[in-house]
Write a protein that binds this ligand. Sequence first.
Ligand code: TA6
Length: 276
Amino acid sequence: MTQFSKIELNYHDSKASVVPHGAHVLDYHPAGQPPVLWTSQLALFQDGKAIRGGVPVIWPWFGSHPTDAEKSSHGVARNMAWQVLGVTESAASFSLLPASENSHPLVDGRFECQLDVILDEALTVKLTTKNVGDSPFKMTAALHSYFHVGDATQIAIKGLDGRTYIDQLDSNQRKLQQGPIQIDQEVDRIYINSTDTVEIHDPVLGRVIEIQKEGSLSTVVWNPWIEKSKRMADFGEQEYLEMVCVETCNAADDQRTLVPAEQHSLLTRIFSRPND
Ligand code: TA6
């Protein structure tokens, strides 16, 4: 098995697949539904590179590195080959490091980092970090899910009404969400103090994608729209219309500090149902 060998998961007539590279969930296809996750036609499958789509594992920093701008955006985990811990018909588990190791040159501290993928009536992705060092371990993280939609300009993203968000496109101003989120321009927002389940209402595909979460107080909503799409080599110019990211995070104010021996799990549970 190589780091890009697909591990296929099955549960009744639902399917999903994940690769050891980045412990990256590539797709999720519930029974009788169009694919729920989206991957770019231009996605790269190269050692050391992130795959554009599916569920990238962002760890142990979200966005730019907190102190070293030279370090790559969104951490190290999504670019690395993970170890396969176990695979069953409907689940797979991965470890970022071999059992004999607990450190990485770009990460401060000693840690264990595991990703579990479980397929049943939904798709659950759980990222667990354990501090195995003797000093506090600080991290931000995200399960950076890319969702497939029929037309991004026609969806309504519900569940965050009344929440405060950090607008990453307007000097990180803190603003109040009023009503459903609609996509008619680039959107890049970190919603804070939210344990909410988010729903993507998609009239074109006639369904609602529900994103539940545990261990997270922040949710990112992102669509690159036209100009940012053109600046990404692994993103087709028109692909912004068929996707939206709703990311289950520990980001911004939701940074986590683990004391020695403490562990934390960030979990997203994705479920798709026909339109209400
Ligand atoms: O989660 C939203 C975001 O931080 C956006 O600002 C955009 O940069 C996106 O992640 C993708 O980042 P990437 O490093 O994968 O190109």
